[in-house]
Design a protein around this ligand. Structure first.
Ligand code: HEM
Length: 124
């Protein structure tokens, strides 16, 4: 194995193609959802514990910063869903060529953003 491969570590000058951006965001969104599980479970437990616990959970969820976090989490789920379906389709051998891969990456990225903004506007 060669050991003198060029190394380019100027992260801010690396220009990822759009499928690369979607791929990184797919991983980030998966990790975000995993991290949210204990918080959501604690909120659910509190809400089900009685009227006081329910009021505490409702008050927590009404905070603007928490709403922002929920919007981010909603986007994470949507991005992960759309990008995940894209990967499953590509794994079946469809849309593997570069122009199609770019088009489907843009579609997944923008669909998640649009649905998250509309959903956030309606639900939050
Ligand atoms: C909503 C439906 C979902 C779909 C269609 C989906 C699809 C996928 C696919 C296809 C992969 C493999 C990606 C690859 O080949 O690199 C994946 C990875 C992963 N998923 Fe999901 N997923 C879904 C929901 C979730 C949820 C709810 C969570 C977390 C609570 C989650 C967490 C993860 C994580 C952590 C990975 C590994 C990410 C990585 O290593 O890049 N997924 N998902």
């Amino acid at each position: 194995m060669t050991t003198n491969r060029p190394v380019f570590l100027e992260v801010w000058r690396i220009r990822l193609p759009i499928p690369g951006v979607v791929s990184i965001l797919h991983r980030v969104s998966g990790v975000l959802m995993i991290l949210a599980i204990p918080v959501m479970a604690a909120l659910l437990a509190s809400a089900l514990s009685g009227p006081q616990g329910f009021a505490a959970a409702a008050a927590f969820l009404a905070h603007p910063l928490v709403k922002l976090a929920l919007l981010l989490l909603g986007w994470a789920l949507l991005h992960h869903l759309f990008a995940g379906i894209r990967y499953l389709i590509i794994d079946m051998g469809f849309g593997v060529d570069r122009p199609s891969a770019r088009k489907s990456a843009w579609t997944a990225l923008s669909a998640a953003l649009v649905v998250a903004v509309i959903g956030g506007g309606v639900l939050l």
